[in-house]
Design a protein around this ligand. Structure first.
Ligand code: ADP
Ligand code: ASP
Ligand code: MG
Length: 444
């Protein structure tokens, strides 16, 4: 039995958190591979080491002294080491890094050091071997991971050993360091689990699993006990940012269960994520597994009589959006109209050009743009089998005076997505949570 564990920033924030990690790791002999993030916040208002490293690099770029920020980074890791009574030689590492910084270091290399130092300390503390991700996690020129060579290399370096691996980074074909996007240590953990054919990938964070709604919006939401990879993807994509979006692919490919756990409550079973669950395992009868959403979408609605009967119109519309690099999230459509839901941030810089081209190419009867829309998704694998689920959702929002601006449902009937005004976003999530999760939708 092999378990790969990934500990996030809050689990690495200070010496007392590292002590919790050690007791979790040593509690089971199978916990032999540990992936760590850089030290995160110790309390609200504190700084994440990764943020400080980005800030350092910004100072360097503008030729401003970064001494103050650098000192905060040095002190954080030095105090962890000293409080744990470790002998890790951080001083010479820091000195060498400062020299590199003065000579001109890439942003990715500098920010990757947050994970590097954290992993060095954790390896010493656990008595495990440190395996640098620069040695095994290889990116291809297009920025994707070269799974084959990475897996092979990690197997060579780690098979049969107890190891600590820094998350978040790897190397490009020219040997330079490249990081994933923010939160990417989750992916490193998933790749390590897949490479080593782990029996489970445990992702340890600061909440007791994937919660049914964002805890910043709903007070004390319940954790989801079991969720499928598909449901998780839907929820993560639409805004439930517990795991990095790229985490699922490597473990799903190898059918490795993913277990989200809480470092501060290690006895809680957390959330188990698998491809599917047997009927016998499905103890609750909720038709919604979770609720998530995002704000700030724009909806471009194009109206033209007989549009759906005309061949190629949708393609032409999408080509224009593609040309300007605007991703279309949803496409609700009618006989004479089609709406394109796009992230306002992406569309704003080129909106007028896009509208101009649509006008010229499609010659519509009208084009209309609605701004400040939020998307809320109710996700659940059982939704497809429960007649009336969508009607109940719409009715509940209506009864609570939330105006629905758009409705769409994925073809797999795994989700129901509604568009509401930005100002109604939090309320819509609370209303759905209170009616269907807390109240367990008794009336359906
Ligand atoms: P880590 O540093 O361990 O990777 P993150 O901060 O990236 O942790 O992710 C965990 C955080 O995600 C939680 O502390 C919580 O605030 C936030 N979060 C947002 N939506 C959800 C959700 N649906 N379930 C659980 N956590 C959520
Ligand atoms: N430390 C990195 C970040 O803050 C990666 C991670 O924590 O997963 O984004
Ligand atoms: Mg994270």
């Amino acid at each position: 039995m092999l378990k790969v564990l990934k500990f996030g920033g809050s689990s690495m924030a200070d010496a007392s958190q590292l002590a919790k990690v050690k007791s979790i790791v040593t509690a089971e002999e199978s916990r032999r591979v540990v992936v760590v993030s850089a030290a995160g916040k110790r309390y609200s208002g504190d700084h994440k080491i990764t943020d400080l490293l980005y800030l350092c690099h910004a100072h360097l770029r503008y030729g401003v002294s970064c001494d103050g920020v650098w000192q905060m980074i040095v002190e954080r890791y030095t105090s962890i080491r000293d409080e744990l009574g470790l002998k890790t030689d951080l001083e010479s590492e820091f000195a060498a890094l400062r020299e590199k910084m003065d000579a001109g270091i890439s942003q990715d290399e500098l920010v990757s050091r947050g994970e590097y130092f954290a992993a060095r300390l954790m390896a010493d503390y656990l008595g495990y071997t440190f395996v640098d991700s620069a040695r095994w996690l290889h990116f291809k020129l297009d920025g994707t991971v070269d799974q084959e060579s990475s897996y092979e290399e990690l197997r060579r370096l780690a098979e049969g050993q107890q190891v600590v691996i820094p998350g978040f980074y790897g190397t490009m074909p020219d040997g330079s360091i490249k990081t994933f996007s923010r939160g990417g240590s989750d992916i490193t953990g998933a790749l390590a689990a897949a490479a080593l054919d782990a029996d489970v990938y445990e992702n340890w964070t600061d909440v007791s699993g994937f919660l049914m709604a964002d805890p910043r919006i709903v007070k004390d939401p319940e954790p989801i006990e079991r969720i499928t990879y598909s449901e998780l993807r839907e929820l993560s994509y639409i805004g439930a940012q517990v795991l990095h979006e790229g985490t699922i692919f490597p473990v799903r490919e190898k059918n490795i269960p993913l277990n989200i756990r809480n470092t501060n409550q290690p006895d809680h079973p957390g959330t188990m994520i698998r491809e599917r669950f047997d009927e016998a395992e499905m103890t609750d009868d909720r038709f919604i597994t979770g609720i998530a959403g995002k704000k700030n979408f724009s909806v471009i609605t194009i109206t033209k009589t007989g549009m759906s009967g005309r061949r190629g119109t949708l393609r032409q519309i999408l080509e224009i959006l593609e040309k300007y690099g605007v991703n279309v999230e949803y496409i609700p459509s009618g006989i004479d109209s089609v709406s394109l839901v796009v992230a306002s941030e992406k569309a704003a810089p080129c909106l007028y050009q896009v509208l101009g081209e649509l006008q010229k190419t499609i010659c519509p009867d009208a084009i209309h743009v609605t701004e400040d829309m939020a998307i809320v998704a109710a996700v659940g694998r059982k939704m497809a089998y429960k007649p009336g689920s969508s009607g109940k959702i719409f009715a509940t929002l209506g009864e609570n005076h939330i105006n629905i601006r758009m409705i769409t449902q994925g073809p797999e009937e795994l989700n129901i997505i509604v568009g509401v005004d930005n100002k109604d976003f939090e309320n819509a999530i609370r209303v759905l949570y209170n009616s269907f999760i807390k109240g367990k939708e008794q009336t359906i």
